[in-house]
Design a protein around this ligand. Sequence first.
Ligand code: MTE
Ligand code: MO
Length: 397
Amino acid sequence: MADTKQQQDNPEAGRRKVLKTGVAMGSLAATASMPFWSQVALGQNETAVPFTDMPDGYTVPPKQAGGIYYQDTTKVEDFYSPNGNFYVIQHYTQPAINEADHSLKVTGLVNNELTLSLADLKRMQKFEIDAGFECGGNSPRLFQGLIGNARWGGVRLVDVLEAAGLDRDGIEVVFYGADKGMEKTRIDSDLQVEQAFGRSMHIDDALNPDIILAYEMNGEALPMFHGAPLRLVVPGWYGVANVKWLSQIHVQDRRFMGRFMGRDYVTLAKRDIGGEERWEERSVTKIRLKSSIIRVSKTGNDHNILGFVLNDGTPLRSVEVSIDGGPWQQAELDPRNSKYSWKLFNYTWRNASAGEHTIVSRVTDVTGEVQATQDEMPEKPTRWENYAQFPRTVRIG
Ligand SMILES: Nc1nc2c(c(=O)[nH]1)N[C@H]1C(S)=C(S)[C@@H](COP(=O)(O)O)O[C@H]1N2
Ligand SMILES: [Mo]
């Protein structure tokens, strides 16, 4: 099942798995001539070249319950982010969940309301999909650290919705986590009410067969920080859509206006709205086309420039790198990249001269959309959806 899906997205995945194993077995040999994607981790004769735009000795704080965790993106070593290294955002405190008692309720405009235990879900057909995502607030400030890429295992959301049977009047599907917090109301600044983390989608979006209710992450039971025992993963959408500690799915006949749809994770930008220039507020949903360089390393006379692309799953046309404002040069894409994974790329920079250099990447998709420079970005005072090109500086010594 899993492999069928993978191979649909990426028909060569099976062949590459074999290829990858072959390369790994040969890893005692010198690594310099191996294609970069055979191992993302630095090879034996490869040394990291520090960025001069990062503070000396840049380190990230440890992962802890209730806190935020981000990756040091210069240390990305694998196509799949190890579970312990995948970023964490949680807006409320850690909910105490006893896995044996936990259930998922499916309620509202359905023919049969359901209460599904984890065991019930595990009896359904298993589905696996690779999906990488970032927080809608990820940015150069943390050197793009609010990011991760994993293989998720669980059941398709559409299978659960079909089991419940959708009523014709439903237009919106709301997902509630078990975590709750006190939220201010608009009625009175002193009035606070306890609400659960909630996000929603239009029913047409929710019926995308790639959406997963995941109980596994990279082949292991879903870790507590990432929503154990069950989370939603909406491939191609910003992280906020991926409701952790999922406890209820509710189908309703009107829009859901909770904090994380209506107030928070709302991008304010000046856009052309059907020929009218308007300040528009839009809930953060699909990942905007973005690439970023995250590491430079040296092997012999060559420098390897590693980066990632994230987007909504639209196929890519190219990823390019420019050095010191020079011509755009094609980067090489990791063959493990799939529709919704992050897409790693490498550019081999030959005979770099000593001194300070500025390097930047840009991605173009098949629709012709080109990643904007900071100057080309719409006027956008909120921090959400920071997808501009990110020039980096390095010193070649
Ligand atoms: N229940 C619940 N789900 C949640 C959140 C949360 O606070 N509570 N945070 C969201 C946000 S803003 C992000 S970016 C992602 C982060 O997922 P991760 O911690 O597994 O990386 O989870 C989303 N799902
Ligand atoms: Mo987020």
